[in-house]
Design a protein around this ligand. Structure first.
Ligand code: PLP
Length: 395
């Protein structure tokens, strides 16, 4: 049976060139803070990788901090900007207690913000339209003298919609408010330029761009001061204590180098595959809704709602045929709650429950899409035949 992996937004396989970089780096066991030659070899590898990560988003190497995951990068910004500790409180941090974010962020943004809300911060949860787009006019209206941080994702992990980050960041900058973007799903897939968009913080994560799990990065614009969350030694400019994960960092650097080299080629190829899948689904299966923006979307993401049936059942049947997909983000699958993203774009609960996310990666081929389109219509029909909701149900 063929094996088709269409869950690349959950995590990606490790790129062969990244595997090679890890293998080559296995002897770099020195502590990058040690002054002897073994420590310095590790230090050099870490700093070389920092240059490559910086190049991916057009930052300076000194503006990149290595972390353990995208969730940590997001927490560092949100907690680091709002930290009230008198010791680490910086001149740059404002005293205000208002944060603006959207209703479609990843839990690693929403949960630390909800925690601050419980501690007395005021939070504005901006709505999105039916495509998942944030209205910049609403951001302008929401900003006040009390606002300390705006956090809006670059691209959504469930529906793929790409937000107008440059326009949104400009509004925040006009009010001297810090702007953070969670670019975990976009980095490596879209061209990202922190100088052009004018963001103050940007999160990215290794395992979404063909590096292993356990390594990620945060861009912090030069001159912006935040408090550390993981307090410890002087590593990462004192912003993230803990001995550097040299091998993971080397892998992330390599993944960024490969992403820069292959980005255009991949975007073009993935768009073609996504279109083939989208058109095939719409041609072969009735009563389907495609979610997200038709053009402003990641080429890797296709969210489809199959009316009258449960996404969970579709996922399990596809899995038994060797096709790996997801019902939503990895975090919300397994939960009975419908996805907050799908509800935010206006899908009723029953449609949100019937949604499947197909997410593509560089390894996918035409044959993968053809196999999926061969299997999927039968799976949907079988489930609909058993569904009391389906008008043509056999039950
Ligand atoms: N942000 C977004 C948009 C994501 O999709 C994810 C993971 O799915 C994360 C953050 C968290 O990244 P990590 O798994 O590296 O913590």
């Amino acid at each position: 049976m063929p094996q088709v992996y269409l869950d690349n937004n959950a995590t990606t396989p490790i790129h062969p060139e990244v595997k090679q970089a890890i293998t080559d780096g296995l002897d770099l066991f020195g502590n990058a803070s040690s002054e002897h030659f073994l420590g310095q070899a590790a230090r050099k590898a870490v700093e070389d990788a920092r240059k490559k990560v910086a190049a991916l988003v057009n930052a300076k190497p000194a503006e990149i901090i290595f972390t353990s995951c995208g969730s940590e990068s997001n927490n560092l910004v949100i907690k680091g900007v709002t930290c009230q500790d008198i010791i680490c409180k910086s001149e740059a941090s404002k005293p205000g207690k208002h944060i603006i974010t959207t209703q479609i962020e990843h839990p690693s943004v929403t949960n630390p913000i909800k925690s601050l809300e419980r501690q007395g911060f005021k939070v504005t949860w901006l709505p999105v339209d039916q495509y998942g787009l944030v209205d910049p006019g609403l951001l302008s209206k929401a900003i006040s003298k009390q606002t300390v941080l705006v956090s809006i994702m670059t691209a959504n992990n469930e529906i793929g919609t790409i937000e107008p980050i440059a326009e949104l960041a400009k509004i925040a900058r006009g009010h001297e408010v810090y702007f953070h973007t969670d670019a975990v799903q976009a980095a490596g897939k879209l061209e990202i330029d922190v100088k052009e968009t004018g963001v103050d913080f940007l999160s990215l994560s290794g395992h979404k761009l063909y590096a292993p799990k356990g390594v990620a990065a945060l861009y912090i614009r030069e001159g912006v001061v935040v408090c550390p969350v993981l307090q410890g030694g002087h590593q990462e400019r004192g912003l993230r204590g803990g001995t550097e994960n040299t091998l993971g960092i080397v892998a992330l650097g390599k993944a960024c180098e490969v992403a820069i080299r292959d980005r255009e080629k991949n975007i073009e190829r993935l768009w073609k595959l996504r279109e083939r899948l989208r058109k095939g689904i719409l041609e072969k299966i009735p009563e389907v809704v495609i979610n997200g923006h038709p053009e402003k979307t990641l080429p890797t993401t296709l969210s489809a709602t199959f009316k009258f049936i449960e996404g969970e059942s579709i996922l399990l049947r596809l899995s038994s045929k060797g096709i790996a997909v997801s019902t939503g983000s990895a975090c919300s699958s397994g939960s009975l709650e419908p996805s907050h993203v799908l509800l935010a774009i206006g899908l009723p609960h029953e449609l949100a429950h019937g949604t499947i996310r197909f997410s593509l990666g560089f390894e996918n081929t035409d044959a993968d899409i053809d196999y999926t389109l061969e299997v999927l219509p039968g799976v949907i029909q079988q489930l609909r035949d058993m569904s009391p909701l389906w008008p043509g149900s056999k039950k």
